[in-house]
Design a protein around this ligand. Structure first.
Ligand SMILES: [Zn+2]
Length: 347
């Protein structure tokens, strides 16, 4: 990439209005937010300084075992001690996204994961996430639709309950997702829940084909009615599945650094995002878990630009694509699209 393009990206990217489709609330809780939760709500923490908390909660190098990531998500479940805390965490996660000029954010969360540890009601958790996220969004002129996640580990019954909640809390909740261990929890038991999601007009995205399971991507499309795929990078060695996504215009929600840290790719440079893009598979760029991995969307776009030799126009197109594939009503996405165009015309 020409040097001047790099410098232009670095100076302007943080200010470019951005759109993100794949960001977990559980992975968006900064150390500063944790300390504030401790002061305001008495949330117990294993450390009381930002530096020490970062050490315990942020994972910036490739993990040596899955336990390193799981223990950090456990920590998140432990701090969801009340609906007030959940509302606060959702509020701060959106406020943090605003600081990097994210203007359209599909924030996803698992009601079961956040509710069950401390015996909160599922409804109370969903309402708290809505209250916190929408207050922050309104204050900052953002559009923040929500996605309800069902965990494979919690089984099909909780999955269906989660999707029914999602339908109940529209229009704030616009879609559903399935996450968790792909290898030990095949998709078939979840078919009925996804039929329900489709029949009730919810957007559908599925975590599939991250570490293994390219075939899970095909199943997600054909049997779970997926409109988008979380990660899905394993399909790079399966031309037929790439063709399926390209033909049906189903994008991958790509998270480069996240894939690297969990060991799905050996290096950032080895990430197949460029090959997937060149093969005609629609892609979007996402942070996945910014606080957990010590990253932000701006940085992820820089990584993408560097490894794929993408210029400013390409980075703009990634934002427009994220808006195109977003689950919120077109009128909401059009507002952000307009903002993005007017910003682009000024720089
Ligand atoms: Zn994810």
């Amino acid at each position: 990439m020409p040097a001047e393009t790099v410098s232009m990206n670095r100076s302007t990217l943080p200010f470019m209005p951005k759109a993100e489709l794949h960001r977990h609330l559980a992975g968006s809780i900064s150390s500063a937010t944790l300390l504030e939760a401790n002061r305001r709500f008495g949330v117990e923490l294993p450390a009381v300084t930002v530096a020490k908390l970062r050490e315990l909660t942020v994972l910036e190098r490739p993990m040596t075992s899955l336990q390193e990531v799981l223990s950090r998500f456990e920590f998140f479940a432990n701090i969801c001690i009340s609906a007030e805390v959940v509302e606060f965490l959702a509020n701060r996660a959106v406020a943090d996204a605003a600081r990097e000029a994210v203007r359209y954010l599909e924030l996803r969360f698992s009601p079961g994961f956040m509710a069950f540890r401390h015996g909160l009601a599922l409804e109370a958790v969903v309402e708290a996430v809505i209250a916190g996220s929408q207050a922050a969004a309104q204050e900052r002129g953002m559009v923040v639709p929500l996605i309800a996640i069902a965990s494979r580990e919690m089984g099909p019954e909780v999955c269906l309950r989660t999707f029914k909640l999602a339908a109940k809390y529209r229009p704030y909740v616009v879609g559903v997702d399935l996450a968790g261990d792909e290898d030990n929890h095949p998709p078939k038991p979840f078919f009925a829940a996804f039929d329900y999601a489709r029949d009730n007009g919810l957007g559908i995205t599925v975590h599939a084909g991250e570490q293994t399971g390219a075939e899970n991507v095909r199943t997600a499309v054909e049997m779970l009615h997926a409109d988008r795929i979380g990660h899905g990078i394993r399909i790079v060695d399966h031309p037929d599945i790439m063709e399926l996504l390209a033909t049906r215009n189903i994008p991958l929600e790509i998270s480069i650094t996240s894939n690297y840290i969990v060991g799905a790719v050996p290096s950032l440079e080895a990430h197949p995002v460029c090959r997937l893009h060149q093969s005609g598979v629609p892609i979007t760029i996402n942070s996945d878990d910014p606080a957990l991995f010590g990253i932000d969307l701006t940085g992820e776009l820089e990584v993408y630009a560097r490894i794929c030799n993408a210029g400013p126009g390409d980075l703009l197109q990634r934002q427009l694509d994220a808006l195109e594939y977003g689950f919120a009503p077109e009128s909401d996405r059009a507002v952000v699209r307009e903002l993005l165009h007017s910003w682009w015309n000024r720089v």
